[in-house]
Design a protein around this ligand. Structure first.
Ligand code: NAG
Ligand code: NAG
Ligand code: NAG
Ligand code: NAG
Ligand code: NAG
Ligand code: NAG
Ligand code: NAG
Length: 925
């Protein structure tokens, strides 16, 4: 008994780690490091606390010795028999939390088997995780998995030894926090780690804890192993910095990893490597931070090129721009991408970039479909928990998968059902567990030779039962009549119990193997069944029926109670699960947070197609804007939160920052950073006349900012985001008059407020791409059209649609401006407020580009990146001109403006020609 207690203590050691604060204080919270086969507790040189797995009652431990491997956890291992069973570790975890799970294997020739290396499978619960193939006695094999815990414990099982004996060296659990490694499909897929690489590493040793607070292993790119980072492009150089790097976002790669990188000095970085577990669908991210000093005229822009995947090559990376500064993390990647086993990739410099590509780190994980295991798992675990001390109850993992427990058999359904329970002679006491009656696929039940008491429960819900062995127990009560109705019953053994009453006639009449001897008070009803009269049979039948009805009624009452309890529990779970889930993705504001922050929606600061916006201030004095959606297409809170979670992953200096959401009281709300200076629309046409002092250069800067935001949506997000509703009221300004685009990514979440029809084509009259309106084919060029309208508004100070200002038969800024510009009368449309504080050349540049943007057909319009370039050119012209106007410079500066423009172009003849054109135009007028 005492030893059993001890074993149990050790078995639940992992959960007790979390429960015993005295021990926990030394250990990093959420870390479990199990030294398999080790003895005693100790702290290693990294500061990780190891404990031995001596609570595990299976397997044997061995000491090994491997040259150059001095870490204590690799001097021991635990190995298991090469049989048909599985051997499981069960680790306590916190539900609704993400973890990194790592298992490592150092063979060290522990079995002195010179013929074969071990090969066996490792599974997590019912999900097959990996096949461990040892190919070198002295190298540590390591597998890692990222998972969201959905139950209070997780099992890691070794099984299916095809050669040698299964063994394990360490088992490590590392808890993540925040939204690290959140994926929308994490309830269906684990992430199995295939590659996590630190480029430009100082040494071959991986970067890990304490540099990485989650103790991920960032493998060095200098590590030598087969098919690992080969085909490196000529001109690849290491760079590094000692400067701190801002990494506190999303996946939080360690600073030390980000401080080193490789640069393709010849314009390319190329690599090839084998991806464990692929081909398949995966999650792949690169981690980038600008750590070199670029001169003002230098730029670093590049694209990823994956052979056979030309779509991916569209996104242009400009680290400094995307990360909003130097020494800051930018994390482009794909949450769902199909990758081959042999991955070749290239980062190539764009033609207008002066510097080659740079890469600090990358990470590739494979989606591993979660197998939910046997639907009987919960039920049979309830039986197991009743007997925590028994060895048969400690096998762990799923009852059926990947192989069944030693005392269980299962069918071959995709989600297997338990068909046989063999618990003969196991010293069972108490009642026959009522949970066994819920195993609806049960065919054989062997509970003989125990000390079971109480009555025989109702197995009528198990119609496949063929064989029942309950003999040699201390069962009391009646032999239930339903037994006679089990259609497939072949064998029933209940001898040597303390059953009473009569044997149901249904049983006596059946052609089955029946033994009920040794039950002193159990009789055949009214004599031999074979001779019984109709009347006796009926009356016995009626009595039994009555008893059965009463029993059934009692059972139903109990069942009901249980059900309603479970119901309450389930509701509680959903509610708490929800708040947890939201904490992982988008930040979830409670309704009371919102009420408090907005002082019960006191100050309305705007309204638009998606809803009304209110001003708010959170407890920590952060100013926020709360958008109450008119309606949303996600009725369920969880769907809503999942959807807006994607918004929280979009970060760019020129996009209004999304802070979180709330869906309560029938309202769906999105919370954004508050933008002090309101919308561009207010600045151009609003009543705040004294605020209408935006000069031309400020307007150009606003256009530049907005274009950058849109460019990011089009090229920096995968899949690309088309805004669909660009307009001056969706361009917001901060205190410094920097512009940010708002309302992106909403078209999916918010159903259109107006009408059913307009939810198909959405957008605002005056900004709506006519081609999209007709064809309903949405492309990024629809946003370019809207942006062209915005450029015309910036020039003219006219609204997109007006009944008066555009003359007879013209309500639309596009028609009006086109007429003027094409006839050379640009002055006729320039906002009078600008006075003569502008340079006509920059004005022409914008006018021409705006007209290109509003071309009838999308394919004739420029990309937003080309438009951005033109706006930037206009800004340089304007700055030079302004300097001249203010007498700071003379004619010399104008010349230099031209030459700097020309070098700036770099883009080629097209741009140069259009520059020539636009410069020629004013004089030709
Ligand atoms: C090892 O540590 C665990 C918890 O940290 C504790 O329960 C256990 O008793 C320790 N074992 C030894 C041998 O000190
Ligand atoms: C393994 O080594 C430890 C300490 O070095 C020792 O106490 C233990 O007996 C050894 N176990 C075996 C199986 O040799
Ligand atoms: C152990 O390290 C030494 C020196 O670093 C090296 O020469 C030797 O090859 C290594 N042995 C093994 C088995 O890796
Ligand atoms: C696993 O979780 C269940 C459910 O809370 C718990 O009852 C059981 O004791 C745990 N098992 C172990 C081995 O920690
Ligand atoms: C056992 O391993 C072999 C070889 O790796 C594999 O083909 C087989 O499917 C595995 N069996 C099970 C039940 O997983
Ligand atoms: C998550 O953990 C990291 C490292 O331990 C810490 O820096 C960060 O503040 C934590 N974030 C949250 C949201 O708890
Ligand atoms: C049942 O209990 C007896 C006495 O306590 C013990 O000798 C026997 O080994 C136990 N059997 C099993 C299967 O646990």
């Amino acid at each position: 008994m005492a030893t059993e207690r001890l074993l149990l203590l050790c078995l639940v050691l992992f959960s007790s780690l979390l429960l015993l604060p005295r021990h926990a204080s030394a250990q990093k919270p959420g870390f479990v490091s199990l030294d398999c086969g080790g003895n005693g507790n100790y702290t290693d040189e990294l500061g990780l606390q190891w404990s031995s797995d001596d609570g595990l009652m299976f397997g044997e431990t061995t000491n090994i010795s491997v040259a150059n491997e001095t870490r204590r956890q690799y001097t021991t291992l635990r190995h298991f028999p090469a049989d048909s069973r599985k051997y499981c570790y069960t680790l306590g975890v916190t539900s609704r939390t993400r973890y990194l799970l790592r298992a490592t294997f150092l063979y060290g020739n522990f079995d002195n088997n010179n013929n074969v290396y071990p090969k066996f499978d490792v599974s997590v619960g019912a999900t097959r995780w990996s096949t461990i193939v040892i190919s070198d006695a002295n190298t540590v094999e390591s597998i890692e998995l990222i998972f969201l815990a959905s139950t209070p414990n997780i099992s890691v099982c070794l099984s299916n030894a095809t050669t040698g004996r299964p063994f394990i060296s360490t088992l490590e659990l590392r808890q993540f926090n925040g939204s690290v490694y959140y994926t929308p499909s994490e309830n269906q897929f684990y992430l199995s780690v295939s590659a996590r690489i630190n480029f430009g590493a100082d040494s071959a040793a991986p970067v890990r804890y304490p540099d990485d607070p989650f103790d991920r292993l960032w493998e060095s790119d200098t590590l030598k192993k087969a098919n690992y980072l080969v085909d490196v492009a000529a001109g690849t150089r290491k760079v590094s910095t000692k400067m701190p790097i801002a990494v506190n976002r999303d996946e939080m790669p360690p600073e030390k990893v980000m401080q080193t990188a490789v640069v393709g000095t010849n314009g390319s970085l190329t690599y090839r490597l084998n991806l464990d577990g692929f081909p398949g669908d995966g999650w792949a991210f690169t981690y980038l931070a600008e750590i070199e000093d670029l001169l003002p005229q230098e730029s670093r822009k590049f694209r990823l090129v994956l052979p056979g995947n030309s779509d991916l090559s569209k996104a242009i990376v400009n680290i400094q721009e995307n990360a909003q500064g130097k020494y800051r993390l930018y994390e482009p990647g794909y949450t769902n991408i199909s990758l081959p086993f042999v991955l070749s990739f290239r980062f190539g410099r764009t033609s207008d970039s002066t510097k080659g590509p740079l890469l600090n780190a990358m990470e590739i994980n494979k989606y591993l479909e979660i197998n939910n295991g046997s639907p009987d798992g919960d039920v049979i675990n309830n039986v197991v928990y009743l007997n925590p001390l028994a060895d048969w109850a400690k096998e762990g993992g799923d009852p059926c998968l990947p192989v069944p427990w030693s005392w269980v058999q299962c069918n071959s359904d995709e989600r297997p059902r338990i068909t046989k329970i063999s618990l003969s002679d196991k010293n069972l006491t108490g009642n026959i567990p009522s949970d066994l009656t819920k195993l609806s696929g049960l065919v054989e039940l062997w509970l003989d030779g125990n000390s079971l008491t109480g009555s025989i429960p109702d197995f009528s819900g198990c119609p496949n039962l063929e064989i029942i062995h309950l003999e040699n127990n201390q069962l009391t009560g009646q032999l239930p009549s339903y037994l006679g109705d089990l259609p497939n019953l072949r064998e029933l053994h209940v001898q040597n119990n303390m059953l009473s009453g009569t044997v149901p006639s249904g049983l006596l009449n059946k052609n089955i193997e029946l033994n009920y001897s040794g039950n002193i008070n159990l009789h055949e009803g009214g004599g031999r069944a074979k001779k019984k009269s109709m009347i006796i049979g009926l009356s016995v039948g009626a009595a039994v029926l009555l008893i059965a009805l009463i029993a059934a009624w009692i059972f139903m009452q109990r069942g009901k109670k249980k059900h309603s309890d479970q119901g309450a529990l389930a509701v509680q779970k959903v509610v708490s699960g929800l708040s947890d889930a939201t904490a992982e993705g988008a930040h979830y504001f409670t309704y009371s947070d919102i009420i408090e922050a907005t002082k019960n929606f006191e100050k309305k600061i705007g309204s638009g197609g998606f809803g009304v916006v209110y001003y708010g201030k959170t407890k920590d004095d952060k100013e926020i804007a709360v958008k109450v959606l008119t309606s949303n297409s996600y009725q369920g809170k969880r769907e809503f939160v999942n959807e807006v979670t994607l918004l929280s992953r979009i970060h760019h200096r020129n996009l209004v920052q999304f802070l979180g959401c709330c869906q309560e009281e029938g309202k769906s709300m999105l919370v954004y950073e508050y933008m002090h200076s309101g919308t561009l629309k207010e600045h151009l046409y609003g009543p705040l006349i004294q605020g209408r002092n935006t000069n031309w250069i400020q307007r150009l800067e606003i256009a530049e900012d907005a274009a950058k935001g849109i460019e990011y949506l089009h090229t920096g997000c995968v899949p690309a985001i088309i805004h669909r509703d660009l307009k001056t009221s969706n361009i917001l300004l901060d205190k410094q008059m920097r512009a940010k685009v708002s309302d992106f990514g909403l078209s999916k979440i918010a159903a259109d407020g107006a009408s059913h029809v307009s939810s198909i084509v959405r957008g605002t009259v005056g900004y709506l791409d006519p081609e999209y309106y007709i064809s309903q084919q949405l492309t990024d060029k629809s946003d370019v059209y809207s942006f062209g309208v915005i450029l015309l508004e910036l020039m003219s100070g006219q609204e997109a649609i007006s009944n008066e200002n555009f003359g007879i038969n013209c309500r639309n800024i596009v028609q009006w401006a086109k007429l003027h510009i094409e006839s050379g009368d640009i002055q006729g449309i320039i906002d009078p407020i600008l006075g003569d504080e502008y340079d006509i050349q920059s004005m022409w540049k914008i006018a021409e580009k705006a007209l290109m943007c509003v071309q009838a057909h999308g394919h004739m319009r420029p990309s937003i990146s080309e438009v951005l370039k033109e706006v930037q050119d206009a800004i340089s012209i304007e700055r030079e001109a302004k300097a001249t106007r203010e007498g700071v410079s003379d004619d010399m500066s104008r010349t230099s403006a031209h030459s700097s423009l020309n070098t700036d172009m770099g883009g080629g003849a097209d741009n140069f020609l259009s520059l020539g054109d636009s410069m020629a135009r004013p004089t030709a007028r």
